[in-house]
Design a protein around this ligand. Sequence first.
Ligand code: SF4
Length: 213
Amino acid sequence: MSPVSLDNKKASYDDIAERVRNCKACPLHRLRTNAVPGEGNLSAKIMLVGEAPGKNEDEQGRPFVGAAGQLLSSLLEQAGLRRQDVYITNVVKCRPPNNRTPTEDEVAACIGFLKEEISLVRPKVIVALGNTAGSALMSLAGKQWRGVTAERGRKVKVSIGGVELTVIPTYHPAAALYKPDLKDYLAKDIKEAAEEAEEPARARKTLLDFMGG
Ligand code: SF4
């Protein structure tokens, strides 16, 4: 990618992040310390989407910086990925009181930012962390959602904001902190996402091997 297009991406990202920080489109803005825009590699092949900021994220204005974020970072490492390789964001950018699930109205008010982030980053794979993320992404894609227990681990081909990509629904890392048996599923799904993101490169390599290249 040329430096110019990277500059353009950075400018577009800064614009989205600034609008998130100033947004008052739903009542959650009254309770926040900081709004929490997504962050990471603007050309990432993998995007991770959570539900909403928690206490630590609200205090620091950054996504996934608490205990759930630490678990996520270690699972990324296990899959051969670094935080700086991926883009991480949430469906809702301001913390709901007591970390309650965002309401449908709050998701509807905020979802445009996620759509803009997807159009900007153009990931090949999105890991949907938890029920709210899975439901919101399937709604953007015009697909049905049957809940995270039924959908987890599937690879769903979708088009969102003009971007063709695969969504892999899985559990939220916060859920895995409370129920450690979910951690293996989460680790497996993140590894699956890493492999899916490299799929054409692997296919090309196999073809070259076959041709003796
Ligand atoms: S949650 Fe989203 S829509 Fe609501 S105020 Fe924050 S940024 Fe705006």
